[in-house]
Ligand binder design. Structure first.
Ligand SMILES: CCCCCCCC(=O)SCCNC(=O)CCNC(=O)[C@H](O)C(C)(C)COP(=O)(O)OP(=O)(O)OC[C@H]1O[C@@H](n2cnc3c(N)ncnc32)[C@H](O)[C@@H]1OP(=O)(O)O
Length: 254
């Protein structure tokens, strides 16, 4: 039992789809190439762990429309790798890679059936048909404590006719704020998500989902989030989120 729990912890801490922290990666995954910032550590850890088997869903594909590509190029042109050993000042955007599954033991390990364990996939990355559902890429900027997500909503996300389902919008807000909180505070879970829907999002359109850290209080990280048109002129949705830091053992209580 103790050995199994240890393996689960190790896998969880090295996984890509749930939050984790720099210190934990350093101690548990010494083979990873660690750099000077949490987001870079996350990027490298994810790439290192998944690069041989998994597709990075945050890279462009043929379904990405003109606006999605324009914005991707815009933020990519402002991101860059610091030279080896050079201190990253955090003044650039960092693209966050995105994979559709955790490591074997990151899904709940021995407490899940083998079938569920092998079939588990990240909710937002489980549609084979590219462009049909959630197409998105996140960029993080440490000096401004901001996360920006470019989101193109596919036809399978319909709620009201011709427009995006409110649950799909909530999912993206949870994903962006959750990723942001995890970069700041190691393993976290959503405790509260308060959403105001201001104007509908047309299916197929590209929008920006932007998250800002408001404050940290002990185990709690408060963030706010806005979903807008890409030129910022139209507010679609705004939200306030609370994430609470957890011990990984929290997920093993059943
Ligand atoms: C890669 C993509 C990333 C996507 C990220 C997606 C993240 C998710 O969706 S997570 C899934 C949805 N969330 C869940 O299932 C969480 C279920 N809830 C829980 O597990 C627990 O209630 C949890 C972890 C939130 C808090 O439990 P616990 O660690 O025991 O916290 P606890 O000690 O009770 O409270 C800590 C503080 O948070 C506050 N708090 C806890 N829950 C809430 C809440 N819902 N509202 C307001 N405050 C809260 C407490 O009042 C306390 O505050 P203070 O320190 O000032 O007294």
């Amino acid at each position: 039992m103790a050995r199994n729990v240890g393996r689960i912890f190790s896998g969880f801490r090295c996984s890509g789809s749930l939050p984790f922290g720099k210190t934990q990666l350093k101690t548990r995954c010494p083979r990873l190439l660690l750099r000077t910032t949490p987001e870079r550590t996350v990027v490298q850890a994810l790439s290192s762990i998944f690069s041989h088997k998994s597709r990075d869903f945050s890279l462009p594909n043929s379904s990405w429309g003109e606006e999605m590509m324009r914005l991707y190029n815009h933020y990519s042109s402002q991101s860059g790798e610091a030279a080896e050993g050079q201190e990253d000042q955090g003044e650039q955007w960092t693209r966050l890679p995105s994979y559709n599954r955790s490591l074997k033991y990151a899904t709940g390990g021995v407490y899940l059936s083998k079938i569920i364990q092998s079939k588990a996939r990240l909710f937002t990355r489980n549609i084979r048909d590219t462009g049909a559902a959630f197409e998105y890429v996140l960029f993080f900027r440490r000096d401004k404590q901001r996360c920006v997500c470019i989101f193109q909503a596919g036809h399978l996300l319909e709620g009201p006719p011709g427009h995006v389902h409110g649950g799909a919008i909530a999912t993206m807000i949870d994903t962006v704020t959750g990723t942001h909180a995890s970069l700041l505070s190691a393993p976290v879970m959503t405790a509260n998500l308060n959403i105001n829907y201001r104007s509908p999002i047309p299916l197929g359109s590209t929008v920006l989902v932007e998250s800002t850290m408001d404050k940290e209080e002990g185990k709690k990280t408060f963030l706010s989030c806005r979903v807008t048109s890409t030129d910022g002129s139209k507010l679609h949705t705004e939200a306030a989120a609370l994430f609470v830091s957890i011990n990984v053992s929290h997920l093993l209580r059943g």
